[in-house]
Design a protein around this ligand. Sequence first.
Ligand code: NDP
Length: 449
Amino acid sequence: MYVNNVIEKIKAKHPGQKEFQQAVEEVLTSLAPAIQKDKKYQENAILERLVVPDRQIHFRVTWVDDSGCVQVNQGYRIEFNSAIGPYKGGLRFHPSVNESIIKFLGFEQIFKNSLTTLAMGGGKGGSDFDPKGKSDGEVMRFCQAFMNELYRHIGAHTDVPAGDIGVGGREIGYMFGQYRKLTNRFDGVLTGKGLSWGGSLVRPEATGYGCVYFAEEMLKERGESLSGKVCTISGSGNVAIYTAEKLYHLGAKPVSVSDSKGMIYDEAGIDVALLKELKEIKRVSLEEYAKAKPSAKYTKASDYKPGTNGVWSIPCFAAFPSATENELGLDDAKTLLQNGCKCVAEGANMPSTLQAMDLFLKAKICYGPAKAANAGGVAVSGLEMAQNASMRSWDFEMVDKTLHNIMESIFANASETAKEFGDPTNLVLGANIAGFRKVANAMIDQGVL
Ligand code: NDP
């Protein structure tokens, strides 16, 4: 009753914010048993407090393109909850960005960061700027203009943004440079930095590697593994690339990737070196992959029919949705299960619709929800902050081992919590409740704020 009331109030208050409503519904519904078990959460109005950000910053970003025209974009930073540490979460540059998307991402981030075992609160930001097709000079001027406003809201102990869709090492570099110029300070105020100026080894790999480590943990509990198995991946950005790389390390074979224009099915196995060259260096469409590799079949996104011929129609043992929210619907979920898929580990944020998620939970396959399965990225961002604070750099093995340990402990925490509430395979419930309790208890300890 209490949970439903809060969900309904959010829907009435923000009728146009579909993605935010979806995230709130997913999280709050699964928290119901914990709320019922311990009355203190309702007595302290924890849910009503959690669904309203501490602070929402919406600003204009004005910059000049290569032809001398003035361009205007929307900028956002939503500082959601800092009960257990400074706000932490990525910046997304994509034309689809709006308040609803940033709020859903920021809300999810609260629980994800809590699960990492590190001291990080939840936040998210971004812009409707599209880096695709822009020159380096245009991207630099946009990033500088974005930081001209953002710099006054962030700080190593206040709010530490990172990358997300459309924001990689290049963009973080331009934003960090502008922050340093404006403040005359060299602070660990962004993560995902270059290695020679405060970055951490394994940060580019962290989300993809972490997601595969999480899948292995889920499978291990059932006496299975990824070794020798065919896997499908969507997306072809940071998360997708390093998911494919780690799958090979563990003896699995990734056979698909996709971008906004189309998908590649390469039965011989995705060529990771080629993918990196096309996506990290040349920044071109996946059509080029098919031209370079005869074993690959390219299908245009405009020809997809859900559940019939997209990435999720390829028979696989494990699926790694790593592109964007709501990319895997009910028909896709049905096809995956019919084809014998035993494991879905979410690299992207909220890639499965609520209906798809319900189907996976009912089928009791290994289903790793985003906030647990993709927490490796923010976890290594936390390790980057720790290295910055101590002015030391850890070697690759040390960061990778710590990442692996963190993913193991996220799985153990989510799995034990799911068992505590009598639904042992439901890691949605387990991850949400485990992430929630730490934040909610901290909020109660700190008084009514
Ligand atoms: P990138 O920008 O590196 O790559 C995104 C990929 O997804 C690209 O292949 C892109 O295709 C595709 N894509 C993006 N939007 C759409 C869309 N609307 N329809 C179809 N395809 C789309 O981003 P990341 O790899 O960093 O992020 C991917 C997902 O992982 C996001 O959900 C992000 O929030 C999540 N995530 C990322 C983390 C990180 O550390 N980077 C951490 C945790 C979660 P195209 O290039 O054609 O646009």
